[in-house]
Design a protein around this ligand. Structure first.
Ligand code: C2O
Ligand code: CU
Length: 526
């Protein structure tokens, strides 16, 4: 009965693995059909009739209304893409509430397929978590669903569909959730910047994903953007994400951030994409005041260091605008899309352009395990835990292509982390994949990061809901089982999740009021 859950939750991209990753299936196919001509199909024509995506609005109040609908997103001068939106924009409407508020969100689905909202990082009651087949049925076209929860913790969060999420999040179906603390420390400017990646030709991408052949990709044929290395198809699929965006815009289309000399500026950085991005703030010292919504203790000012933001993670940074001119916050690296991920910081009456891009420059990356003031957090490495679990994260060849595994299994065959309310839980995560990053995300809880590669954290207590593991890395995290339910624990490279890298934290003493209807195929995804 559980078999279709994976489909329900992450479906859509499992096919990529199947299509891309089995070297033997790539022999002897002709790739000419894959060439870049855009056909003018009827899909193309109906695309033209979609309304242009609007600017992201900010919503607050007792009852918030969201409508999921299609739009056309103008990403830069050349590229317009059909997208899925909450309220007509990408990112969708920003939900901004106060700590302690009761939040009520009425979601109407005007998309042609079922959707949900999952509140990423937010400890909502389990039945509000938005996972089809686990906590609720997906919301069908034309239907409305009301989410309700209390804004217990302040900080920067985001929300996104969890139905066929690899596909729907890719199409733009996400927004941000900002919970302002009761005693707000005032800043003069508060900007939210959401990072993402897109394919300039999604049809081609889809075609690619649904069974095109790759035979010539490794021998330098005309499709210039694919240099396929058969040993790392997953990686190379990422090359098809050739446009990087901030708030749905790329390059000069990104709206500059206005500041005035002397102002205190907060940037809330959210990665809604499937790739890590290293951001460089030019011309200013900055502090990382929070990650995944959770404050850091005594963050020290840093300068000319790169802030690495993995899929699903958030970082709140603050700086004092004390260096008039025009400066960049830009992504460093040398991917095709890197260049587009930058935003200008413009002093209002001083825009002499002195700053230069230096995206290729190698700069140190901020080490979060040493950042801020060391203090004991809630958990320590050597205390007693009720539950201990080891997650060996791996990449393997399945019978239909590449799979991403936890302890050698793919969801739903993975062993859940079984807990009871009140348990203290320690999880060791090890990335044994040769090349893949695994940003692991736990629903409904925060965990404290205790050690990296055997070394205890020496900076501020690090409390997160998404933790990025590079190949070979090992982390130990701990949390208290204080939010009964059935909760996903999965990789937020949603392509990896759809190809198996998912498990659950299951409260054995929790009785869900939701039973998926085995005859309802909606949650099946495909
Ligand atoms: Cu951001 Cu399971 O999700
Ligand atoms: Cu992964």
């Amino acid at each position: 009965m559980k078999k279709w859950l994976l489909g329900a939750i992450f479906a859509g991209v499992a096919a990529i693995g199947a299509a891309c990753s089995n070297p033997s299936s790539m022999q002897g196919h002709d790739m000419s059909g894959m060439n870049m001509e855009k056909e003018n199909t009827s899909a193309e024509t109906s695309k033209q009739q979609l309304p242009l995506a609007t600017n992201t609005e900010v919503l607050s109040g007792k009852e918030i209304h969201l409508t999921a609908k299609e739009a056309l997103l103008q990403i830069n001068d050349q590229v317009k893409l059909p997208v899925y939106t909450y309220n007509g924009s990408v990112p969708g409407a920003q939900i901004r509430v106060k700590q302690g508020d009761n939040v009520k969100i009425v979601l109407k689905n005007e998309l042609p397929e079922p959707i949900t909202i999952h509140w990423h990082g937010y400890p909502v009651p389990n039945n509000q978590d938005g996972v089809p087949g686990v906590t609720m049925d997906a919301i069908k076209p034309g239907e409305t669903f009301t989410y309700e929860f209390t804004a217990t913790v302040p900080g920067t969060y985001w929300y996104h569909s969890h139905q066929k999420s690899a596909e729907q999040v890719d199409k733009g179906l996400y927004g941000t959730l900002i919970v302002e603390p009761k005693n707000e420390e005032k800043v003069d400017r508060d900007y939210t910047l959401v990072l993402d990646e897109w394919m300039s030709n999604p049809d081609e991408g889809n075609m690619d994903m649904s069974g095109m052949d790759h035979s010539n990709m490794n021998n330098g044929n005309s499709s210039d953007n694919q240099q396929m290395d058969m040993s790392s198809m997953g990686h190379d699929m990422m090359n098809m994400y050739d446009i990087f965006t901030i708030n749905g815009k790329s390059g000069s289309a990104v709206k500059p951030l206005k500041v005035k000399k002397g102002e205190k500026v907060r940037l809330r950085l959210v990665n809604a994409g499937y790739m890590s991005h290293k951001l460089h703030l030019h011309g200013h010292e900055f502090k990382i005041v929070a990650t995944d919504g959770q404050p850091l203790k005594n963050p020290q000012p840093i300068k000319d260091e790169l802030l690495n933001i993995a899929p699903g993670e958030r970082y709140d940074i603050e700086f004092i605008a004390n260096n008039p001119g025009e400066w960049l916050l830009e992504c460093h690296g040398n991917m095709k899309g890197t260049d587009g991920m930058k935003v200008k910081i413009q002093y209002e009456d001083q825009t002499n352009n002195t700053d230069k891009e230096n995206a290729k420059k190698d700069l140190p990356i901020v080490d979060m395990t040493k950042y801020g003031k060391h203090e004991l957090g809630q958990f320590t490495l050597d205390q007693k835990y009720d539950v201990e679990y080891t997650m060996d994260l791996g990449t393997a060849m399945g019978k239909d292509g590449m799979v991403y595994t936890i302890n050698g299994k793919t969801y739903p065959e993975t062993a859940p982390v079984n807990v009871k309310k009140g348990d203290l839980v320690k999880v060791k995560l090890v990335n044994n994949s040769p090349k893949d990053l695994h940003p692991m995300h736990l629903h409904g809880h925060f965990f404290q990061v205790l050690s990296k590669n055997g070394k205890p954290i020496t900076g501020s207590p690090l409390i997160k809901d998404t933790l990025n593991l590079k190949p070979g890395e090992e982390y130990v995290v701990a949390f208290k089982a204080d939010n009964p339910g059935n909760w996903m624990f999965h990789c937020h490279d949603l392509h990896h999740a759809s190809a198996g890298m998912v498990t659950e934290v299951k409260y054995t003493d929790y009785k869900s009021d939701y039973t998926p209807d085995p005859n309802d195929t909606t949650n099946k995804g495909e």
